[in-house]
Design a protein around this ligand. Structure first.
Ligand code: SF4
Length: 336
């Protein structure tokens, strides 16, 4: 995949802003055993500008998908706020939220399980149009569904068929058409290519980029695929155990990799050039549990740069590493 966009859209207005957002869940419990708190997302602040893609990367279970759902208020936050186009989602009534939801959509990883197998493509794509009364009458619905299918590279006659009649890539296109139907401004793309063959992944990535450019969409791209994130994202945020540990313009974060965890993520990628193998940093072990995270920096038990007395005691704050670029890192001893 060719190099991506790199720079941030610094002058575009803010569409979505999360401040100190947390999502905690009670887990376990039983006879004589107290319930515990799982800190899936812990004090995260994030901004998405109009027309921008912000990539969210990290290992499975780091809280990426939970954060995506908190931003859409599909999950109630434990603390913090999310503002969409200046409106605080956490203060809206159910009816106000329902109306605003039209403008925020989600595309799922597994296009098959996210599509109702008993519904025709017409009903899947047209459902949102009817709920939000965006078309009047049967003919207008048919016309709009046909238009949406063509927009995502399917044929109008596909509307008569059911999800099982399509390939994985085509099903993802149906999921995208369903999201686009209600004319959203912001879409959470949750691992949109992970369930697809490599040859199909590039087609879906190009479709998303084309739609973003023509419709001015903003994306939060959740992915463990660093190549896809690098290609699509203007800015990127690296998550570890529910927190953002490094963020900034994609070219800068991926180029410098100031946080040892960002380096560790890259070390998991295959390196074709033997001369670069010495740069690989191997991270030991599985991530600790978000139920009982380590004190200080949560990465310290796995970090090759950890210093006892500081890293295991003091939680690092997310601070700017280079003047004015927005590149920030939460580490006491960032890499140069
Ligand atoms: Fe490693 Fe310490 Fe930085 Fe945490 S704060 S990433 S333990 S060097």
């Amino acid at each position: 995949m060719p190099p991506g966009r790199g720079g941030a859209l610094v002058t575009a207005p803010t569409l979505l802003q999360a401040e100190h957002l947390s999502g905690y869940f009670q887990v376990g419990g039983g006879f004589f055993r107290p319930r515990k708190v799982l800190r899936a997302v812990d004090d995260v602040s994030l901004r998405v500008r109009r027309g921008e893609t912000v990539g969210l990367v990290g290992e499975s279970g780091c809280g990426k998908s939970t954060l995506g759902r908190l931003l859409l208020r599909l999950i109630e936050p434990t603390a913090g706020r999310v503002a969409f186009d200046g409106q605080d989602l956490t203060l809206l009534s159910a009816e106000e939220l329902r109306r605003l939801r039209r403008r925020m959509q989600i595309i799922f990883q597994d296009p098959y399980s996210s599509l109702n197998p008993r519904m025709s493509v017409r009903d899947i794509v047209g459902e949102g149009l009817q709920i939000h009364r965006m078309v009047q009458g049967r003919a207008a619905l048919e016309e709009r569904v046909a238009e949406l299918l063509q927009r995502v590279g399917l044929r109008p006659e596909h509307r008569e068929r059911f999800p099982h009649e399509f390939s994985g890539g085509q099903r993802q296109r149906i999921g995208i058409a369903r999201a686009l139907a209600v004319q959203p401004e912001f879409i959470v793309c949750d691992e949109p290519t992970s369930a697809l063959d490599v040859s199909i992944q590039a087609q879906i990535v190009n479709l998303l980029l084309d739609l973003q450019e023509s419709l001015g969409l903003s994306f939060l791209l959740i992915s463990h695929d660093l190549k896809v994130v690098e290609f699509m994202s203007h800015r990127v945020a690296v998550m570890y155990l529910g927190r953002i540990v490094e963020t900034g313009p994609t070219a800068e974060v991926f180029g410098r990799r100031a946080h040892p965890y960002t380096r560790a993520l890259f070390s998991a990628l295959p390196v074709p050039d033997p001369a670069r193998r010495s740069l690989r940093v191997l991270v030991e072990g599985d991530p600790p549990s978000p139920i009982d995270p380590p004190a200080g920096c949560a990465f310290h038990p796995r970090c090759p740069r950890a210093q006892r007395g500081r890293c295991d005691v003091e939680t690092p704050r997310l601070l700017e590493v280079t003047g004015g670029s927005g590149h920030r890192v939460a580490c006491h001893f960032p890499e140069e």
